[in-house]
Design a protein around this ligand. Structure first.
Ligand SMILES: *[C@@H]1O[C@H](CO)[C@@H](O)[C@H](O)[C@H]1NC(C)=O
Ligand SMILES: *[C@@H]1O[C@H](CO)[C@@H](O)[C@H](O)[C@H]1NC(C)=O
Ligand SMILES: *[C@@H]1O[C@H](CO)[C@@H](O)[C@H](O)[C@H]1NC(C)=O
Ligand SMILES: *[C@@H]1O[C@H](CO)[C@@H](O)[C@H](O)[C@H]1NC(C)=O
Ligand SMILES: *[C@@H]1O[C@H](CO)[C@@H](O)[C@H](O)[C@H]1NC(C)=O
Length: 338
């Protein structure tokens, strides 16, 4: 009787052990088989070669995370023609081979976050079904329009955390379906007028953490579906009065941590226009507001639209000295000399 129990336990343990050591899973990786999908995850730090040996031919999702992998080639991927998602996340990859994605026609998501990519070959992302492309936290200093096909199907592009100083003016003519664009934490100094015009479906735009000093009044004129606009952590000294005209769906506007001393009453009126989204939340704090007679428009608007403002008390005067650090909303008629 007892030996049967021991045998049974042994059989169960061995079977559970199989999920790691099965013939059809690469050494140091785990494989998950479920109906229709085969997911492979490799996350051992000492891992440095692509896991060609033992990779199931029907792999649909491959994730190689926090390893020392430095090379990935078209030949590696040809072994998994059904691949839909490829994540090479925080590894040590510095170049991508020409035709890398040729053997994986179903790939829709490519995430190359946290590598050492800089220069990429032309046509690298000319891929019919690719929808999501993440190149976050690499060493990319310029985007080449040639990376993408005409009429790319990309809806999400993340280039945050790179070394970009500019965006080519014709880039987005090829990426007209983008809904989510992240260019945050680069070194962008300006966005040329017209650059974003092809992005009619754009919903989320992150330009935070750059070096923007000014924005052309027409920057967002052709992107009426925008819901999230992130402009925080730049060097903006003013915003054009009509910058947000037509952005009726805006739910989030971040302009905190800039150099704004004043804000146009026209721009504030656009934000409280009855046609605007009633979910709108605006973040204006950590700017050096000048509390002279021109602050009155902001003061009145804050009082009437407090619900639309996130952390309204953080909107503080930087000058004059007599009002330094005072919350703009707390100013009195006398202090404003009304
Ligand atoms: C994928 O291949 C493995 C064997 O390597 C098999 O067990 C699994 O059922 C296959 N999955 C699909 C969806 O075909
Ligand atoms: C990573 O791989 C390189 C060679 O490609 C090797 O020189 C280095 O020692 C490896 N680092 C670790 C932490 O294994
Ligand atoms: C990344 O690769 C380079 C060159 O192959 C190597 O010198 C470096 O040690 C690797 N980085 C890590 C974290 O292993
Ligand atoms: C985008 O997808 C459509 C439909 O799936 C396809 O016909 C078209 O060729 C794709 N675009 C590109 C550039 O591959
Ligand atoms: C804008 O958003 C609406 C509602 O989500 C959608 O029906 C419409 O197709 C979008 N317009 C574009 C150009 O993507």
């Amino acid at each position: 009787m007892n030996s049967w129990v021991v045998l049974l336990i042994c059989a169960l343990t061995c079977c559970c052990g199989c999920s790691n050591g099965a013939p059809n899973c690469p050494h140091m990786c785990t494989c998950h088989f479920s109906n229709g999908d085969t997911k492979v995850v490799c996350s051992e730090a000492s891992f440095s070669q692509f896991p060609s040996s033992g990779l199931p031919g029907n792999t649909t999702s491959l994730s190689i995370q926090s390893t020392n992998l430095s090379t990935i080639t078209a030949k590696h991927l040809q072994a998994t023609p059904l691949l839909k998602e490829l994540q090479i996340y925080y590894n040590n990859v510095s170049t991508l081979g020409l035709d890398l994605l040729k053997g994986v026609p179903r790939l829709h998501t490519l995430d190359l976050t946290g590598n050492r990519l800089n220069v990429l070959p032309p046509s690298i992302f000319s891929h019919a079904l690719l929808c999501n492309l993440v190149l976050k936290d690499n060493l990319i200093s310029s985007v080449d329009t040639d990376w993408f096909p005409d009429n790319s199907n990309l809806t999400w592009l993340d280039l945050s955390g790179n070394h970009l100083t500019a965006v080519p003016i014709d880039l987005f003519k090829k990426l007209r379906r983008l809904e989510n664009l992240d260019l945050s934490h680069n070194h962008l100094e300006k966005i040329l007028a017209g650059t974003l015009d092809p992005l009619k479906s754009l919903q989320q735009l992150n330009l935070g953490g750059n070096q923007l000093r000014t924005l052309d009044p027409s920057t967002f004129r052709k992107t009426p579906n925008m819901t999230h606009l992130f402009l925080q952590e730049n060097q903006l000294e003013s915003l054009p009065p009509n910058l947000l005209q037509g952005l009726h769906r805006l739910d989030f506007l971040f302009v905190n941590r800039n150099r704004l001393g004043h804000i146009s009453t026209t721009l504030l009126e656009h934000l409280s226009n009855p046609g605007m989204s009633n979910r709108l939340q605006v973040v204006l704090g950590q700017n050096p507001w000048v509390c002279d007679e021109k602050v009155e428009g902001l003061w009145r608007w804050l009082k009437e639209n407090q619900k639309k403002v996130f952390l309204a008390d953080d909107i503080r005067c930087a000058s004059p000295d007599s009002l330094k650090e005072r919350s703009v909303m707390s100013l009195t008629d006398i202090e404003l000399a009304l």
